[in-house]
Design a protein around this ligand. Structure first.
Ligand SMILES: Nc1ncnc2c1ncn2[C@@H]1O[C@H](COP(=O)(O)OP(=O)(O)OP(=O)(O)O)[C@@H](O)[C@H]1O
Ligand SMILES: [Mg+2]
Length: 645
């Protein structure tokens, strides 16, 4: 099928106005049609895809998750085709070319596809969708009728096709899936002026077997989208700055230091940043021949650029600088901390909801799946309002962790939530595993505290009994007869009253002594900590964890026993009565030590990626401990777990 690109005077009616951008970079969102001015590096792929779509009945586009398939299709192909609709100048005679883009597969895909085509026709003609109507016939018939009636050639792009299989997994010979049947008929119908482009993630390609016997030339015409190369990604860093500067012509244009560009590209190469659910990261070596122009993970590129740009804006600069990147600890750290920071900023009760909700939004294999707030509340058995408030927080602009997607047909407009991009999935699983570990440690600490309280209470009861017995004996009461028993009871009551009185006196004395006992406790603990700190100093300078991770691991392994000794001595100090917050400080110290211990183990074992994640967590706990200790009046102890600057 060959095509021309006829003019379309009415396109302007539905054309979205060029949006005002607030940032040059796209972040984790795929580029859409309106972002085309900021989309770079994919000129060749766009040309190839447009040519295929125009020339072939069915084109298969595939590529790894996150390589930029949707972005090329929308900001490249769709934008290009729509922009050129006005060029050919054969309106009225040759058919009008109409591009339809579909990416949602939940619910009824046939109805959704027809609705999208109807909307697009309405938009192109400048009429309301109601005027186009909803066809009652099947997909092929409806497309045939519409294309004849409005003199159209249709280019239909079906993106995220892997989700079709996710939502419509079941099919057997007796119950063929309706979309599969309808789509097959439309593709195979030779007289239909419609081309289809199916875009699918590489790992789901095998699922297309469902169509294999039905669409004979299914795998005949395909295009594989590969990762953006460093040379292309360079344009994706520099060019959007120039575009963005055009929005404020009077001001100094935005620029990027060449060395910064080099370092960013180095840090976001494929295989460089690997995040794993259980921290089992690997730093893969680039494949042969890729060193000169290595492949880039564009979602990571976007995360780093977005963070860097925001930081430069905050500092009042108009230049992306290497120094700023270094101060943010480099590209890998930006990606890694992106999610942890966002999650740790949430209040603890929201973190608890998030841990429950994530379990249902990310499969153990790291794939995303969408659910409504109501479904998530049902699955987690948490109050719906708590779940909704979390979902709102995580999908707010500037916090791209979740996003809302369209409702399933018949669900009354209820949106579904899914994780923003698959690249976040491993980090989300990692955060969740970490949250659970923290939760377990807190529960254990809490039980320990409860056990101590119970022991202390038991001691008090025994002390009361002894006091009562001593008092009864000194009153000379014999316990042999009823009379004697009654007297004994009366005597015990008197003894209890006396004991209560004694306790009241003691507690008021305690109240006055509380301040001094608190000071005595912190001072004694500080003595142990001061000794510990001095012993750690004596180990010599702390090696850099970034440049010499294994030496740092060895240093940490030597420092930890000193910390443990300090903890042991500290635990021997009785916590002053009525001051449980003081007792909590040493428990927080233990948690920090335990976190550094597991990081040290990973470092010594040479599991650098695992160790990085654990050190990050340990630093967070360390900071929390230092704040808590300082707030409770400790001096030397507040220096005991100070994370490195
Ligand atoms: N040419 C590009 N330059 C810079 N960033 C890009 C480019 N193409 C895509 N990205 C970014 O890469 C990320 C992934 O893009 P996109 O969603 O288009 O990939 P995809 O292959 O469709 O992913 P999926 O497999 O999840 O559908 C997004 O953050 C997007 O902004
Ligand atoms: Mg996509």
């Amino acid at each position: 099928m060959s095509r021309t690109l006829p003019s379309d005077r009415s396109r302007a009616a539905g054309q979205p106005a060029v949006p005002v951008r607030t940032a040059p970079y796209q972040g984790l969102r795929p580029f859409a049609e309106r972002d085309a001015a900021y989309f770079f590096g994919r000129g060749t792929e766009r040309t190839i895809l447009v040519a295929n779509l125009m020339a072939a009945r069915l084109t298969l586009v595939y590529g790894e998750s996150g390589v930029g398939k949707s972005s090329i299709l929308r900001a490249g192909v769709v934008h290009h085709l729509r922009e050129h609709e006005g060029d050919a100048g054969l309106a009225g005679e040759s058919p009008r070319l109409l591009v339809v883009y579909v990416k949602r597969w939940a619910g009824d895909p046939v109805a959704r596809l027809l609705e999208s085509v109807g909307d697009e026709i309405a938009r192109a003609l400048g009429v309301s969708p109601a005027e186009i109507g909803t066809p009652s016939s099947g997909l092929a018939e409806a497309l045939a009728r519409w294309s004849t009636r409005w003199n159209l050639d249709l280019l239909v792009i079906l993106d995220q096709f892997e989700e079709y299989f996710l939502y419509h997994a079941d099919e057997d010979e007796d119950h063929p899936e309706p979309f599969a049947t309808e789509f097959t008929r439309a593709v195979n119908r030779a007289d239909l002026p419609v081309s289809f482009l199916v875009a699918i993630r590489e790992d789901a390609l095998a699922k297309l077997d469902r169509f294999k016997g039905r669409i004979p030339k299914l795998f005949e015409n395909y295009v594989r989208i590969r990762h953006l190369r460093a040379s292309q990604a360079e344009a994706a860093i520099v060019e959007p700055l120039a575009r963005f500067s055009e929005l404020s012509p009077g001001e100094e244009p935005w620029t990027a230091e060449p060395e910064l560009v080099r370092q960013v590209l180095k840090g976001v190469q494929v295989g460089k940043v690997v995040l794993s659910a259980v921290g089992r990261g690997v730093a893969a070596e680039p494949a042969d021949g890729q060193e000169t122009d290595p492949p880039i993970e564009t979602p990571y590129l976007q995360m780093v650029l977005t963070r860097l740009w925001a930081e430069e804006v905050r500092r009042g600069s108009r230049r992306l600088r290497l120094r700023t990147l270094d101060e943010l600890h480099g590209p890998e750290e930006i990606v890694r901390t992106h999610l942890f920071e966002s999650m740790d900023a949430l209040p603890p009760d929201q973190q608890e909801v998030a841990a429950g909700v994530f379990h249902h939004l990310v499969t153990p294999g790291g794939a995303k799946i969408g659910h409504t707030a109501k479904d998530l509340a049902d699955y987690t058995e948490l109050p719906e309002e708590r779940v909704r408030s979390l979902l709102r927080a995580l999908s707010a602009p500037g916090a791209p962790i979740l996003r809302t997607v369209g409702a399933r047909p018949g669900q009354d407009g209820e949106p579904r939530y899914e994780i923003f991009h698959d690249v976040l999935a491993p980090a989300i699983l990692g955060w969740r595993a970490d949250w659970e570990a923290r939760r377990a440690a807190e529960t254990a600490a809490h039980h320990k505290l409860e056990e101590r309280t119970r022991r202390w209470q038991r001691r008090r009861v025994w002390a009361g009994v002894i006091v009562a017995v001593v008092l009864a004996a000194t009153a000379g009461e014999a316990v042999r007869s009823d009379r004697g028993e009654r007297a004994a009871v009366a005597g015990q009551a008197a003894a209890e009253r006396q004991a209560d009185q004694a306790e009241a006196t003691a507690s008021s004395a305690n109240a006055t002594a509380r301040v001094s006992s608190r000071m005595a406790y912190t001072a004694r603990a500080d003595t142990f900590c001061a000794k510990g700190n001095a012993s750690v100093e004596a180990l010599g300078p702390r090696p850099s964890r970034v440049d010499h991770p294994q030496s740092f691991g060895r240093w940490l392994s030597n420092a930890l026993p000193i910390g443990k000794r300090t903890s042991l001595l500290w635990h021997l100090l009785p916590v002053p009565r009525g001051q449980p917050s003081l007792g909590a400080v040493v428990h927080e110290y233990d948690r920090g030590l335990a976190a550094y211990e597991s990081a040290a183990q990973a470092l010594v074992d040479g599991q650098i990626e695992v160790a990085r994640l654990r050190l990050l967590r340990a630093d967070l706990l360390g900071e929390r401990y230092v704040t808590l200790a300082g707030r409770n009046g400790f001096r030397d102890c507040a220096l005991a777990l100070t994370p490195p600057p």
